[in-house]
Design a binder for this molecule. Structure first.
Ligand code: SF4
Length: 303
């Protein structure tokens, strides 16, 4: 596995900083086009520091560049991260207008566009591919979450596994676009085999990067109510770390790992407590430890 920061550092000779942008998109799983209510875990206001503000894309970019350039002296560039909601869910002309704003900054070396696999029609992919001519890091991030169709239905995801496979294959017909898949470990109804199956599916597809998140229940979501009713439980940190170590073993060695955890603020988080932003380093340490133990066990078997 290659860590994303390391990949960027090796390629650009220094730190590349992601800038989160809330461009005011919505989601077809919330506005009734696919479904109402959204995924049961989703409280999208927690995605972006700019959510619910009326700052323009330019204001968000300039504020972030100002902030990070003071904090880290040796920044080599930035990636505009369109993070909140479904960032390809608009007419193509509108998307061009929004993406162009970010791509005009010379310090910005690319963008990461978070979206659903069912909202990337061909004209949108063609548009995104045009940016690969001048900017080297153009990523599309697709949420799969799990390869278990029953779980996808239960969490009101509004798409299946086939839409994900279709989106990845169509995207990779444009070789300049890199694809990152998101998966969640711990969704209600999923078991160990589902995590491994999801990882195997990701491994079998032409996918460049992955983000693995632990399920964490946050306030103001359907899942918060289900959790309060005792309908499901959450993973312990050690269990999560061990599963992630097993997933990493299934993935190709050259996959770029963008994330191995996910967290919420203490105000938003309901459970598990180890998904609080304050404990991020504990989670990464536990994963490192689980990977190391796994390696040791393997070495012992070889003796
Ligand atoms: S697709 Fe994304 S933005 Fe839409 S409801 Fe689900 S998690 Fe939220």
């Amino acid at each position: 596995m290659i860590k994303f920061n390391q990949y960027l550092k090796d390629k650009y000779g220094g730190r590349i900083q992601k800038i989160s942008i809330d461009a005011g998109f919505t989601c077809p799983n919330r506005d009734g086009n696919v479904a109402f209510g959204g995924c049961t875990f989703c409280n999208n206001t927690s995605f972006s520091p700019y959510a619910m503000t009326r700052q323009t894309v330019e204001e968000q970019i300039e504020k972030s560049i100002d902030f990070y350039s003071k904090r880290f002296k040796k920044i080599k560039g930035y990636i505009a991260y369109f993070q909140a909601f479904s960032n390809t869910y608009a007419p193509v002309e509108k998307l061009k207008e929004i993406y162009d704003k970010a791509m005009e900054y010379p310090e910005i070396i690319g963008m990461s566009i978070g979206t659903r696999p069912d909202v990337v029609p061909e004209p949108v992919l063609d548009l995104i591919a045009t940016y690969t001519v001048e900017k080297p890091e153009i990523w599309l991030e697709y949420g799969l979450q799990t390869a278990n169709i029953k779980t996808l239905r239960n969490i009101n995801r509004g798409h299946g596994v086939s839409e994900f496979v279709d989106a990845v294959l169509r995207t990779k017909k444009r070789p300049g676009i890199k694809v990152c898949a998101h998966m969640i470990v711990g969704l209600p109804g999923d078991e160990y085999e589902d995590y491994i199956e999801t990882a195997k599916l990701i491994a079998a597809l032409p996918i460049d990067g992955i983000k693995i998140h632990p399920l964490h229940v946050v306030k103001h979501t359907v899942m918060a109510k289900q959790y309060a009713n005792g309908e499901f439980g959450v993973l312990e940190l050690e269990e999560y770390a061990k599963i992630v170590a097993d997933i990493l073993e299934v993935l190709p060695e050259d996959i770029i790992v963008q994330r191995l955890t996910g967290e919420a603020t203490e105000e938003e988080l309901i459970a598990p407590e180890w998904c609080s932003s304050k404990r991020k380093m504990d989670v990464l340490k536990a994963i490192d430890e689980a990977v190391r133990r796994k390696q040791e066990e393997k070495n012992l078997l070889r003796i």
